[in-house]
Write a protein that binds this ligand. Structure first.
Ligand SMILES: Nc1ncnc2c1ncn2[C@@H]1O[C@H](COP(=O)(O)OP(=O)(O)OP(=O)(O)O)[C@@H](O)[C@H]1O
Ligand SMILES: [Mg+2]
Length: 270
């Protein structure tokens, strides 16, 4: 991979380093070794603690004089190692919630707590670092870097997270989602469904603890959708991955261990 492209990556992704402008920090999301935690360090998790807790978050968008209130004191919990589906009509706020959980957006009020750590109190760099290490995100709009091939996209995510066997692991992941014959394709030379599948492989590349998947099967035929969901469900069963996936399919939603629905700015159990 040429050096110029490598430099671009480290801007797009936060490097996996323990340093920030404020100096060397303890790894994010891990329990501090000191008896008295610093502000924004994780609370010690208990056995029953959910992996994710969203506590009364509110989020609006403002465009000129128009304000769209999307989430109104919405709360939810994701159990550690479980799969949860999220449904709701178009425009109800599913993608907004995914972005809040990924730390890509910050709520106006409320907290998003991941493995005991309130990420709403972190600065942008720390949230990006936490995401690079522990969270896999598949955005509805896709998240591939346009000038990298499928294999390079996945390899990059592996290299930034742990670097171990990156090329071989990238090929394995892409094969698992059925893209073994598309390794050298740039995103513009993939179909919408292929790009979605490559995005899933990329999101799993850093072996995350939490996967947030926004309508990843929307453009897939039923066999490809089944294959992608099996990769995700297998990761949850085998590695204890906590999964939240957005879907409009009630059949797919029913396969999750828990089901959530968003309406009127609130999230409810189904
Ligand atoms: N950046 C933005 N600026 C202004 N309004 C926005 C913005 N992003 C989303 N919205 C509005 O917020 C509401 C929720 O959007 P969101 O994308 O979260 O919905 P969704 O449930 O994911 O919908 P879909 O099922 O169509 O993907 C919508 O009314 C949308 O128009
Ligand atoms: Mg959406």
């Amino acid at each position: 991979m040429p050096e110029s492209r490598r430099r671009t990556f480290s801007v797009v992704f936060q490097p996996r380093s323990g340093r920030s402008e404020r100096g060397v920090q303890a790894p994010l999301g891990r329990r501090p070794t000191t008896a008295r935690p610093e502000p924004n360090q994780p609370e010690p998790p208990t056995a029953a603690a959910p992996f994710v807790r969203v506590n009364e978050v509110s989020k609006s968008y403002r465009e000129g004089a128009v304000e769209t209130r999307v989430l109104r004191s919405a709360s939810l919990e994701l159990a550690r190692g479980e799969t949860t589906s999220l449904a709701g009509v178009s425009g109800s706020g599913k993608s907004t919630l995914i972005s809040l959980l990924a730390g890509l957006l910050v709520p106006e009020s409320g907290q998003v707590v991941i493995d005991g750590q309130d990420i709403t109190g972190l600065d942008d760099v720390s949230r990006a670092r936490l995401r690079a290490r522990r969270i896999g995100v598949v955005l509805q709009s896709g998240n591939l870097i346009p000038f990298l091939t499928a294999e390079e996209n996945v390899r990059l995510a592996i290299e930034l997270a742990h670097g171990d066997r990156a090329a071989a692991r990238a090929r394995e992941l892409l094969s698992e989602v059925g893209l073994a014959r598309r390794l050298d394709h740039l995103p513009r030379r993939m179909s919408g469904g292929e790009a979605q599948r490559a995005s899933v492989a990329m999101a799993l590349a850093n072996q995350p603890d939490l996967l947030l998947a926004d309508e990843v099967t929307a453009e897939l035929d039923s066999a490809s959708a089944e294959r992608v969901m099996e990769v995700i469900f297998d990761s949850s069963r085998e590695r204890g991955l906590t999964v939240l996936f957005v879907t409009h399919s009630s059949e797919l939603a029913a396969r999750a261990q828990r089901r959530l629905r968003i309406a009127d700015g609130k999230v409810r159990r189904v």
